[in-house]
Ligand binder design. Structure first.
Ligand code: SF4
Length: 433
């Protein structure tokens, strides 16, 4: 039994109630709990009610088993129709098929989707629509030019000291905005020993590589022993210092973060993890527990999100996501401008909006919670950070600055400092500020 604070009658009075760990609270009670208490609950009420309705005979063990979840993914129109009311655009998008990547959604993640609102943020990220078939100028299947920076299949070497190793092309749930939609889900990039050995060999004979990002597809889709083997082979290379795993599992299949997986990760420390979350609705008690297991095992967690139109492109949603991630011991890290992959126009905001959104967070939330907003430069130029210009310019011997509340301040910074030999900043001249 765990004490839980509940509010009754909407009057703000707080009372301690007892919550049985085995019984999820009902939805109304859950919504009234403070954020941290919600996330510390054992299970999400939304998931429990979905499971009661669609999988009444499935046991706790089965529902909590990631292999069961992976085996029961929603992939076909007929299956989806059993649980959600599809819009005409969704139905046509699924029927047309053959698009950039397949449809697959774990039962757990499906339980978080609105069954009747096609505009719900999470639903838009995993259910295709006809918009995917609209191609605009500037879009490309491989906008980041990864294929041209690939010395061996499944390895991208763009920065001098880092490589991206694509372990496999499989994900348990496919995101409609995926940068690698040209490769994920088509079964061509498997975790075969022969292919991966070529990648290890390249890394071994390139001593400048000190950082390996293991991604995919989702590398945590691999069985424990395969992941263990990959991490062992990487750790055998003396100049590989830093290993990161990029995954969306804590959001789409938190059941994957098992004690056995934790044992594998702990063997190969330091292992960092970039976890992919895009919306606060993903930050459930199940995700909270998964991230807690990783954090307790000493895995530093950083979040990567993609800015998506109609999903998280407003300050309130982004702030709520940020606050929930901080409670989950996940530090918000990169907020990506959505890459111009083919058929992505319905997801892409303007860059100006992205800059303004992050500006709306800075100073209004914990400093740890301010994302670095980046554009991954089309053509393979790498990540370019973007932010509001807080340095307004120079006025004589002062630098004129703007704070989070949009007020102006001056910092004495005589131009004479340039005589120290440092190149002076090129700033616009402002007067009377
Ligand atoms: S989890 Fe990552 S790799 Fe998989 S579909 Fe989503 S964005 Fe793409």
């Amino acid at each position: 039994m765990q004490p839980v604070v509940s509010r009754e009658g909407g009057g703000g009075e707080e009372a301690l109630a007892e919550l049985d760990d085995d019984q999820p609270p009902d939805s109304a009670k859950f919504q009234c709990m403070p954020r941290l208490r919600q996330m510390q609950s054992s299970r999400s009420p939304k998931s429990e009610s979905f499971r009661a309705r669609h999988f009444p005979s499935v046991s706790d063990e089965e529902w909590g088993d990631w292999r069961w979840q992976a085996a029961h993914r929603y992939r076909k129109l007929a299956d989806l129709e059993q649980v959600i009311e599809l819009s005409s655009s969704e139905r046509a998008g699924i029927e047309r098929g053959g698009s950039m990547l397949p449809v697959a959604i774990t039962p757990y993640y499906m339980s978080l989707l609105s069954p009747d609102d096609p505009t719900q943020g999470l639903r838009r990220t995993v259910i295709p629509t006809l918009h995917e078939f609209v191609r605009l100028p500037g879009e490309a299947d491989d906008p980041l030019g990864e294929d041209s920076h690939s010395p061996v299949p499944g390895l991208v070497h763009r920065y001098p000291d880092r490589v991206l190793l694509l372990a496999l092309d499989y994900c348990t749930t496919y995101c409609r905005y995926c940068t690698r939609s040209r490769v994920v889900g088509n079964g061509e990039l498997n975790a075969s020993q022969a292919r991966l050995e070529r990648a290890f060999e390249y890394i071994r004979r390139t001593p400048s590589i000190r950082d390996v990002l293991l991604s995919g597809g989702d590398p945590l889709s691999l069985k424990d022993d395969k992941l263990d083997w990959i991490l062992t082979r990487l750790r055998e290379i003396p100049h590989v210092e830093f290993i990161r795993i990029g995954t969306k599992m804590p959001a789409v299949l938190p059941q994957r973060i098992t004690p056995q997986l934790i044992d594998v990760l702990k063997k190969h420390h330091p292992v960092w993890m970039s976890v992919h979350f895009v919306h606060p609705d993903e930050c459930t008690p199940e995700s909270f527990a998964a991230c807690a297991r990783l954090a307790d095992a000493g895995v530093p967690l950083g979040a990567q999100a993609v800015l998506l139109k109609g999903v998280n492109d407003d300050v309130d949603t982004l702030r709520e996501l940020t606050h929930r991630l901080l409670l989950m011991r996940v530090r918000p890290y990169y907020l990506y401008q959505c890459d111009p992959i083919s058929g992505s126009a319905h997801f892409r905001t303007t860059i100006e909006q992205g800059v303004e959104l992050v500006r709306g967070l800075r100073g209004h939330t914990t400093g740890y919670g301010v994302w670095t907003y980046v554009v991954d430069a089309p053509g393979g130029g790498g990540k370019i950070p973007l932010q509001h210009q807080y340095v307004l310019g120079r006025d004589g011997d002062d630098i004129v600055l703007e704070n989070f509340a949009r007020e102006q301040y001056r910092y004495p910074d005589p131009e004479a400092h340039a005589s120290t030999g440092m190149r002076p900043m090129r700033l616009p001249v402002v007067t009377g500020a």
